[in-house]
Design a protein around this ligand. Structure first.
Ligand code: NAD
Ligand code: 89V
Length: 338
């Protein structure tokens, strides 16, 4: 399978490393508007075909899929270009700037008959997968309450300066992952309430968000995110879990400690492996990049839809939009209205 990558910035380096580890895949073309970044990645990953213009790259073709690793403002145009060129597509999160764009992107891939997956990788982290396996097996019975929590004081702005600039910050960039984890455990939501705060005066958007979701199955979940939390141990980039079920409880605590209490207690260390190209503390995220990209390849080879397909991600994106609306208007928002 031959692929092309658009965007050779901060995070794409992980995607390029992961592609190198996936059997049967070769990245044959790279594109970035910034020639310096383009050339650095081409040299590091030994890719000959380089483009500063995505349209030209699609025109010349010669690949089966494209991996779009640019920031959100370019996603719709690039996904539509890729669909028109008839290739399978992976697009980074946030998938789109608004629901209209997101729906148009899903339609474009559908019309082209091509697979569209959103690189929504947090649910693919191995500690989260370990917890999902236990909950799906029914070990703690029917979950009726959950808390998915991400609280940190880690400086994300040095690697990703654009995160300090936008009017929106934590729900759009990070909360989107945590809301998606809540969907993976408790299914789709019908309503959401939210509050937001900005603590760091040097950024434009909100860096604290607390959200409460009502799920279709009657479960309630609290999704809380903060980049203004100074604490020890610093848990970046761990998502912590607390789930109550009708037969017991599950907790994923700091340090990747998974505790299940249901007819006795088990404690397991579910630390993610440190891949040969990864660095702590990012190794948790980096491993999930490999897992989600392998999932994309497996889905194409077997004709399945990816778990985090474009169509599926519309529901995560709707939660983001609804959370901002709920916080702004101080009310509970129905997802059906988004
Ligand atoms: P970045 O700014 O470092 O890199 C983006 C690159 O895309 C830049 O080099 C830019 O020149 C290039 N680019 C932008 N528009 C282009 C276009 N139309 N054609 C060609 N090149 C173009 O950004 P980043 O930090 O690497 O983030 C990229 C995306 O990855 C964002 O959407 C971000 O939210 C996401 N991200 C995801 C995770 C995750 O765990 N899933 C982690 C970090 C970032
Ligand atoms: O995963 C992400 O989307 C990153 C970070 C972990 C820093 O929020 O932007």
């Amino acid at each position: 399978m031959k692929g092309a990558v658009i965007g050779c910035g901060f995070f794409a380096q992980n995607q390029l490393e992961a592609w190198r580890d996936i059997e049967g895949v070769e990245i044959v073309a790279l594109c970035d508007q910034d020639a310096e970044r383009l050339n650095a990645s081409a040299a590091a990953f030994n890719v000959e075909r380089c483009y500063t213009d995505a349209a030209k790259m699609f025109e010349e073709g010669g690949f089966d899929f494209v991996d779009i690793a640019t920031t959100v403002g370019s996603h719709r145009a690039l996904v539509e270009m890729a669909a028109k060129a008839g290739v399978h597509i992976i697009c980074q999160k946030p998938f789109a700037e608004n629901m209209t764009d997101a729906r148009a992107m899903v339609d474009a891939a559908k019309v082209a008959g091509k697979t569209l997956m959103v690189h929504e990788n947090f649910r693919w982290q191995s500690p989260i997968q370990a917890a999902l396996k236990i909950v799906k097996a029914g070990t703690i019975g029917e979950p009726f309450f959950g808390r998915v929590s991400f609280r940190s004081g880690y400086d994300v702005f040095s690697g990703q300066p654009y995160l300090a600039e936008g009017k929106r910050f934590i729900i759009e960039d990070l909360g989107i992952h945590i809301l998606d984890i809540a969907r993976a455990f408790f299914g789709d939501a019908t309503r959401i309430a939210a509050t937001t705060r900005r603590i760091n005066p040097k950024i434009n958007g909100e860096d604290v968000a607390t959200m409460m979701l009502t799920h279709e199955n009657g479960a309630t979940s609290v999704v809380d995110c903060s980049y203004a939390t100074q604490r020890t141990p610093e848990t970046f980039p761990q998502s912590l879990l607390e789930i109550d079920g009708t037969l017991g409880t599950l907790r994923l605590d700091a340090g990747y400690r998974l505790t299940v209490q249901a007819d006795g207690e088990t404690q397991t260390d579910v630390s993610p492996p440190l891949l040969h190209w990864a660095q702590k503390p990012w190794h948790n995220i980096q491993e999930s990049v490999l897992t989600i990209q392998q999932h994309f390849v497996d889905c194409i080879n077997s004709g399945r839809q990816p778990e985090t397909s474009g169509a599926d991600n519309l529901k995560t994106l709707a939660l983001v939009e609804a959370a901002y609306l709920a916080a702004e208007q101080g009310r509970t928002v129905k997802l059906a209205d988004i």
